[in-house]
Design a protein around this ligand. Structure first.
Ligand code: PHE
Length: 351
């Protein structure tokens, strides 16, 4: 027994009890650092001679080796524990079922708008655009609807309080903007949101329209009829769907008509292109000379225009009963009526 036995015993107890690397490092300083008893003893060897020096030296080295060994072993244990804890913390249960990947769908309205616009694009129409927030001039006045005209009331317009602006009640103001911005001839379509203060099974305060305009020399009602015949046949996928132009009134066209398609109604189902019923699909007519004048189109040009509700197109094509379903965002409904995502057909912009 020498004084080192007590030291070894005390150190072993502390090393065994060390619960972290910082604690262990402190013990290393205490027992093997510059001021530790063992290093001091090592320094003291220089005062000894011969056999005594040899013996003491061997003992001091033996104790130092033992302490060093114990500390290293403890370090390995602590590191293994830390790794095990980290692995437990970050464990992934690979037996859990994967989260389902839900595939989105194109809303039927957008699908129908893209189908319709692609047909018009292939017929040579270019896309034109206008703002949802319009002024009275473009939405009414330039379209030959003067201030006192009852049509202004008929439109159930949303006016922006205290301002000269309103939410456009139809896409027809795009006609005016496009004609003012360019030179005839024109053949353009526009698609966008429109607004009227209405809310029931067949009306929503926001809905969508597609507008068409063709202006050129010698444009006649026959061109209008031919163009719409082609569109309706391709849209419903029925060659030469019987259509009829029924006289109507719009302030911005003269003459004006509504276009009906032949259809069969049996109960809730509606089949386009057969049967003995007619269904109204869109409004159209020859652009009123006053409209061409407001838009700065020179004398000698005529044109035709048409406007249709996109919700109505979708309801007829896909047999959707209630207009409000389009805007309720019921995921089950969207999964049922939505089209698989695909790249939209490229529709050239108007220059
Ligand atoms: N703007 C009309 C409407 O909203 C539709 C229409 C457009 C009619 C162009 C004729 C010509 O009811």
């Amino acid at each position: 027994m020498d004084r080192f036995d007590a030291l070894l015993k005390e150190a072993s107890t502390h090393i065994a009890a060390a619960s972290s690397m910082p604690a262990l490092n402190e013990l290393r300083v205490t027992y093997l650092g510059k001021n530790s008893a063992i290093i001091q003893a090592l320094a003291g060897l220089r005062n000894l001679e011969g056999e005594a020096k040899k013996e003491a030296g061997a003992r001091v080295n033996e104790v130092r080796t033992q302490l060093d060994h114990q500390i290293r072993q403890k370090q390995e244990v602590l590191e293994a524990e830390a790794l095990a804890a980290q692995l437990a913390r970050e464990a992934i249960d690979v037996t859990l079922p994967a989260r389902p990947i839900r595939q989105g769908a194109v809303h039927p309205l957008m699908q129908v708008a893209e189908e319709a616009l692609a047909i018009f694009a292939s017929m040579g129409f270019r896309l034109a655009d206008g703002p949802d927030i319009e002024d009275e001039y473009h939405n009414f006045t330039a379209l030959n609807i003067p201030e006192t005209h009852p049509a202004r009331q008929l439109h159930d317009t949303f006016y922006l309080q205290g301002l000269q602006y309103l939410l456009r009640t139809h896409t027809s103001p795009v006609q005016i903007r496009a004609m003012k911005a360019g030179e005839p001839p024109f053949s353009l379509v526009s698609f966008g949101r429109t607004y009227r203060s209405d809310w029931d099974a067949t009306h929503t305060p926001m809905f969508h329209q597609i507008e068409g305009l063709v202006v050129g020399k010698d444009i006649a009602m026959a061109h209008l009829k031919g163009c719409l015949q082609e569109f309706v046949s391709r849209f419903f996928g029925v060659s030469n769907v019987p259509i009829r132009l029924r006289p109507h009134y719009f302030p911005f066209t003269e003459p004006s008509a509504e276009l009906d398609v032949q259809c069969q109604r049996d109960g809730k189902h509606l089949k386009v292109g057969e049967g003995d019923s007619w269904m109204e699909l869109l409004g159209c007519g020859m652009v009123h000379p006053a409209v061409l004048h407001h838009a700065g189109v020179p004398e000698g040009y005529q044109g035709f225009a048409f406007g249709m509700g996109v919700e109505r197109l979708a309801m007829v094509k896909y047999g959707i009963g209630d207009l409000r379903a389009f805007f309720e965002n019921d995921v089950r409904w969207l999964e049922g009526y939505g089209a698989p995502a695909q790249r939209a057909p490229a529709i050239p912009e108007r220059r």
